[in-house]
Write a protein that binds this ligand. Sequence first.
Ligand SMILES: NC(=O)C1=CN([C@@H]2O[C@H](COP(=O)(O)OP(=O)(O)OC[C@H]3O[C@@H](n4cnc5c(N)ncnc54)[C@H](O)[C@@H]3O)[C@@H](O)[C@H]2O)C=CC1
Ligand SMILES: CCCCCC(=O)/C=C/[C@H]1[C@H](O)CC(=O)[C@@H]1CCCCCCC(=O)O
Length: 263
Amino acid sequence: MQISGKVALVTGGISGIGQGFVEALLAGGAKVSIVDFNEEAGRATEKDLAEKYGSSNVIFCPCNVTSQEQFEEAFRRTRGVLGGPDIVVNNAGVGGETDDKWESVIDINLKGTLRGTRLALKYMSEAGGGSGGVIVNMASMAGVNPNPFAPVYGASKAGIIHATRSLAISPDVQKSGIRLNVMCPAFVDTPMFRNMASGDASQTSSSDQMAVKAFVDHIGVMSVDEVAAAFLDLVKDETRSGIILRCAKKTGIQYSTLSVQDV
Ligand SMILES: NC(=O)C1=CN([C@@H]2O[C@H](COP(=O)(O)OP(=O)(O)OC[C@H]3O[C@@H](n4cnc5c(N)ncnc54)[C@H](O)[C@@H]3O)[C@@H](O)[C@H]2O)C=CC1
Ligand SMILES: CCCCCC(=O)/C=C/[C@H]1[C@H](O)CC(=O)[C@@H]1CCCCCCC(=O)O
């Protein structure tokens, strides 16, 4: 798919990985709708990017991905102002395993991504006025391999991987010309990562924190630019469908697929 002239909707697009994806898409000539619940930062980002890439190429839609109503309105507004969408990126996500936070990890990461995926399938289908496109969902290496530090976060990401790959092999979805891929990075240098690495957001014991640090030292930390380059490849290359893309500083980028016949 040629990115130039296409319309992309990116959730969690004002910080970290999402911000990197937004800039990469705009630099490639796409129009971008940034969907995020941080309204103040969203307005400021919209202004900065409009100055850099043109005000007709970028909008900000305030939206909490846990709200069906707000999310549907973000899709409606994106289509009304920019057209499309042809590219939907469900990237908004959080960590947190405490008694008061763990359910919101499922609500935001898993249910928010499923909500965005269902809306993308609706808006990209012919029946919904669309003409196909590509959906990229953000999971994590924590959804592929078990880890003792973040079981809820890992479960939310495993759910994203499974749903994305299951939809990607659906004949109905394939008939509508929609590709779905899922990204599973290990650690990436973003505000979320720095918050964890500084210990500010830590909910684990000090021995667990030491184990996380040792793990980070072992597999390394990718830059947002490295993850954004892998993302662009998933969007542009029409042969990439049902792909699970794993990436880590130490091991680089690995692509795999599984089909319904694999047992
Ligand atoms: N940084 C890392 O090491 C890794 C991050 N990831 C995943 O990548 C995604 C992005 O993470 P980062 O860029 O590191 O985080 P970040 O904290 O820098 O950015 C997350 C963005 O999502 C937005 N957001 C959070 N909850 C939202 C909600 N309910 N509705 C709308 N927007 C919401 C935030 O306002 C923020 O703009 C997440 O899904 C995360 O789980 C995956 C692997 C590694
Ligand atoms: C444990 C394997 C993680 C693989 C990559 C990933 O998704 C990392 C995400 C973290 C991000 O860098 C910042 C976070 O809060 C995410 C989850 C962190 C899990 C470990 C938490 C340990 C702690 O609370 O100190």
